[in-house]
Write a new protein. Sequence first.
Lengths: 550, 414
Amino acid sequence: MPKIEISLSDLNGLIGRRLTLNELQDAVLYAKGEIESAERDLVKIDIKDSNRPDLWSAEGIAREIRGRYTTKRGLPTFKVAKGKIVVKVDAKMKNVRPYTVCAVVRKLKIDKDVLSQMIQLQEKVATTFGRNRKEVAIGYYDLDKIKPPIRFTTVKPEGIKFTPLDFDRELTPREILELHPKGREFGSLLKGMGEYPMFIDANGNVLSIPPVINSDVSGRVTEKTKNLYIECSGFNLKFLVPALNVLASALADRGGIVESVIVKYPDRTLVTPDLSPKKSFVDVDYVNQTAGMNLSSREIVELLKKARYDAVAKGKRIEVSYPAYRQDIMHQRDIVEDVIISYGYNKIEPVMPKLATIGGNDSREVMSNKVAKVMVGLGLQEILSYVLSSKANIFAKMNLKETPVVEIENAVSENWSVFRNSILPNLMDFFSVNQHVEYPQAIFEIGITTLPDEKMETKTRDVRKLAAAVADTKVSYEGISSLLDALLSSFGIKYSLQKISHASFIEGRAAEVVVGGRSIGVVGELNPLVLKNWQMEMPVVAFEISLENF
Amino acid sequence: MTEEGKEYLRSGLPEQQLVYALENYPQKSATIGKLVGRVRNFPVALKWALEKGWAMKKGDEVILLKKPDSFDLQDALRKLEKSQEAEKQLIEILLQRQLIEKIVAHKEEARKLAGQEVTFLTPEIIKTGTWEKVRFRPYNVEAVGPKRYPGKRQPYVQFLLEVRQKLVELGFKEMVGPIIETEFWNFDALFQPQNHPARDWAQTYSLKSPKLGELPSQKIVNAVRDAHEKGIAGSTGWQYKWDPRRAMQLMPRAHGTAVSARTLAAGPNIPGKYFSISRCFRPDVIDVTHGVEFNQAEGIVIDESLNFKTLLGILKMFATEIAGAEKVKFLPDYYPFTECSVQLSAKHPELGWIELGGSGIFRDELTYPLGVKVPVLAWGLGIDRLAMFKLNISDIREMFTKDLNWLRKQPIVR
């Protein structure tokens, strides 16, 4: 969900109508936007559609609002003048960064607002739509400082030196990756490559190393720049073409004259950008069936025009044209949504569906709840913990040897790096931070533990468990075994306790809880070593049992 | 004398019975197995007989050593029955073995209290009628009672139970899914392309071990692959090469929608209404609005008759029933797996306008491969905001609080 900043006066200039902030609040809904904050002229808008990069700038938002608030409805058209500038893509690019699409924009009046929107759109498109520059890296250049033709080729890490943006001296590509902040940020995208991608002009001047950094000479765009060269590079034309179309359309809306660039690949030639509209259709019946409304084809055509489509009804089918920057339309449903947005979500009367269904809780939930009621009746306080834990907590502090656990690869913190296999460590953790609180402390938790299990589809098994513990100046095994007995007897469960050795408990004060010949858990008095590991100064008795076969 | 005491007065104390029993055997000895049936309360009998040196135990065999001339405890019981004095030492043992109660002594003490001021009203004072002749010391009845802490449910758990209850009342059936999911159920089945930013390392967790899970039936896998690669049900699809190995990767569930996808694939009831409240995991930076883990309330409604209007109807019902909202507003929204998508904004009587939920109609590209060809409405509710309001907390991390004082003092959520 890209968050973008715009100037309200600039936006109003683009819309061609003065909207107050209040009016804008409703108007941005048509661009799936929500105003996050507004301070004088600066408005922060959250655009919810992460699949519509055209909406991530003042130009795009204004275009959408114009359809609903002014007479400028229907398909927005963009002229592309035929240009002569050639970009030659080297055969070597195939395994490095195979594609680029480019455009020229002339006679652009770049003021503060235009520049800030250009930079913001570049950043948002490359980050969100361009998967953090991997799929789409974007460069803006001052065309007047470039001598075409431009070559898209590769260079050795120790190859040509040039001054990168915001730097005061020339560096080799390798040095850029090591020293420049952008090099350090995006250098990983070039990791393992013998040669790096590079745009070079006819004078041998470097334009940039995509996707890392532009040159400080031609790659610096300011309010003085008149004519602009834009390139998008990456691995897939499916991303690159819409990205370039979004950028070019925005600058066309600013009054720039868009001119095509001839991109010559070893095996083919592309002329970009192509801003001619795309075509599709929508069926009247499908619209009404999906919306639950009864719109005529004429009404649908009008609603589509407000959403910046051109639409012609042909019987029960409506043929539509839509702008080249839209790559989100995969199915009729996508067009239906635009129809309903134009109609207005809040003009539709909600209808409660008449469906005879029977509600119910999951049986394990029901059982957990019954168990919890007994535990509460026995006077214990329920607690709730995270199921993520650490090896230190579930093994070392419990005086247990490590066993296989479900482990996270990209943990945010060591503290939350494995899924718990037992709840008792959570109770110990809870006690350890409440030592200043009045005793006795009697607590329980019912929750999920997760264990590796080869036999399961997800190679893991969730086991619902109950753990209960009492900490006090004086505790007894009998005290905890009687709590356990009260619980199990309440459910009419026949069980026996069988003495075991368990490193978490004092030798001779731990037993397995056996039901139907199978162990369902353990009861005992915590080993002082475990207490020490948790920095506890109170004795603790506890039990933990599985609720799976309760 | 207690009931047990009266019985032993007649038949002798257990250890006495053991002596009698052994006496009847020619060898003056017998196995425990044989004796258990003949002697009342055998373990007690054996304990005392051994202690008094009347018998010895050799393996399983109990052997009579000597029969005492008299049984002083039974004698003492007899004396007491006749209101005669008995030896103080014997009385102590009888009291300890709960064969007599100290009622006689109390009665006398109670009588002595007449005319005095007493603190505690006792059964003896009632039984002897002494209560008519005593004054009761007045208490400071206006003092607040000493603190005690009842057993209680965890407030956030209690809140979730109430949400569950409400959803069940509204006709929703609960669904559950595994905490560890394959990317297939978390993403691919939901028509999220494999290069989608939400699948990025920074946005979702992945597992170090175990690494790969199993994919469902080939039929479902092929249909999902087709939906991604070339489209299905009139869609163009995402047009890229779908990688089954990527889909097999295991990850902690990132959203509850994974559970809905499994329900659809398992052949749901039509009409059907389902919900889940599921623990979800994302590698967020932890702060007042992002916990280590969070719960999502999600669900689906399945029926031929459903459409955008009924989607709004369901959402409005949630706003009224779950949040007690006075007004609702619907805003356009975006999710990769729903189209059309709606954000539900509700006017809470105290919180004002809040973003209550996200929803939409599942894309055909999602439902068709899972075998469901009728409209499916999908919804998610932002219940944590309501929970924080109800629990009167401002930091989301407090939902999983470790503060016992707070838990003890937190009023029960109404």
